[in-house]
Design a protein. Structure first.
Length: 314
């Protein structure tokens, strides 16, 4: 425990209106760990993004990592992170972002589902230099109900990619993600029905900003923006197939809004987008399969060409 304390500047517990005696349990560690406590500001909702931001706002440590209430860290996670940082420092490298592997775990069956490697989608197993976040004003978007971590990581990666700065992977599991918790946000029907606008915001807003900010990386961000547009297309087709007449009626407007902003900042034409899709067919076959893995098998109700015609017609 003494060695553990050397790696920990602080453990910040954010009270999210808990009703399960979380604070009482946390206080048991006050004598052993550098515990600190805070709350989500009253004017904000109680979602995970606002909780994480409340912790960032009072953090005093050099590095920040997140852990959700239903997840846990391997016993040697901090040792792995510390070793990786020391090895980089010995090479005179000062990283701003570290990406560790994380294990997708099913508590209900006590089964390991998958080890996610080199995955930048979520905040699980990621560590961020506090100075980097502050200097570049990177924060969670207030009241983004879902995909709040996708938004946050998009901001992080866009900043690093825009400046062509390196980030580093650690090929070891440093986080266990309880994906199958029946009480979690990602297991509720509301998540599937309402996350469409949040996803469009999470992958759109940071990239639309980055392509204008980092003009020397315009082609890179244009490709990223189109890739996410096509991911929206697959999500829409999956939702439409699964929910049919009860699918979110605002989905098309959400996609149209994304498309309008995409055209505005990339100056691509509809034909160029379709040509790009056809030229990268194998990539989008894999993207469609990944969508099926997440939401179940589906049949597209229209081709991408017909879809583009539909959303661009008056």
């Amino acid at each position: 425990m003494v060695a553990q304390k050397q790696w920990l500047k602080e453990v910040i517990v954010v009270d999210n209106d808990s009703t399960d005696q979380t604070l009482k349990v946390a206080h048991r560690f006050d004598a052993m760990l550098p515990m600190r406590y805070t709350n989500i500001p009253e004017h904000l909702d109680k979602g995970p993004g606002n909780a994480r931001q409340a912790g960032i706002d009072i953090a005093q440590g050099e590095w920040i990592g997140f852990i959700d209430v239903d997840d846990f860290l391997p016993f040697n996670a901090l040792r792995i992170i510390d070793t990786a940082l020391n090895e980089l420092n010995e090479k005179n490298i000062t990283p701003d972002y570290l990406v560790g592997n994380f294990i997708e775990y099913d508590y209900t069956t006590d089964r390991f589902i998958k080890e996610h490697k080199r995955d930048n989608t979520w905040v699980h197993g990621k560590w961020y230099r506090k100075e980097f976040l502050d200097k570049n004003q990177i924060s969670f978007k207030e009241n983004l109900y879902t995909h709040e971590d996708v938004y946050f990581n998009s901001c992080v990666l866009d900043n690093l990619n825009g400046k062509e700065e390196e980030f580093f992977f650690i090929d070891s599991p440093v986080y266990y993600w309880n994906h199958r918790n029946s009480e979690s946000m990602t297991s509720q029907d509301r998540y599937v029905e309402t996350n469409f606008a949040d996803y469009a915001c999470a992958v759109g807003e940071p990239h639309f900003k980055a392509i204008k900010q980092f003009k020397n990386r315009r082609d890179f961000f244009a490709t990223t923006i189109v890739d996410h547009f096509l991911q929206l297309y697959f999500y829409y087709q999956a939702f439409l197939y699964t929910y049919k007449d009860t699918a979110n009626p605002n989905s098309i407007e959400i996609i149209k809004n994304y498309y309008t902003q995409m055209i505005d900042c990339t100056n691509l034409t509809k034909k160029e987008i379709l040509d790009y899709y056809n030229k990268n067919a194998n990539k989008y076959i894999a993207q469609k399969q990944a969508t099926m893995n997440a939401f179940g098998s589906f049949v597209e109700s229209q081709s991408i060409a017909d879809f583009l015609d539909m959303i661009t017609s008056n």
